[in-house]
Write a protein that binds this ligand. Structure first.
Ligand SMILES: [Zn+2]
Length: 65
């Protein structure tokens, strides 16, 4: 069983690169049992989506000029 620290570190890593099957499984198993890490996961995905949308907006604006 991995600790919450390990799991959140893996999640942060997974935002930037593809995780292996074992790592994704470890996260999946952990968030099923741990609501703290589940919250962390949904928050980090939300922030990532927001950041992506912002980057796309900037890119569009740059292309328009
Ligand atoms: Zn946890």
């Amino acid at each position: 069983m991995r600790s919450c620290r390990d799991i959140t570190a893996l999640m942060s890593l997974g935002l930037d690169k593809k995780l292996g099957l074992n790592e994704r499984l470890a996260i999946g198993m952990h968030v099923m049992m741990c609501s703290g890490c589940r919250n962390f996961q949904s928050q980090s995905q939300f922030i990532r989506k927001a950041a992506q949308g912002y980057a796309e907006q900037l890119q569009k604006r740059r292309d328009g000029e």
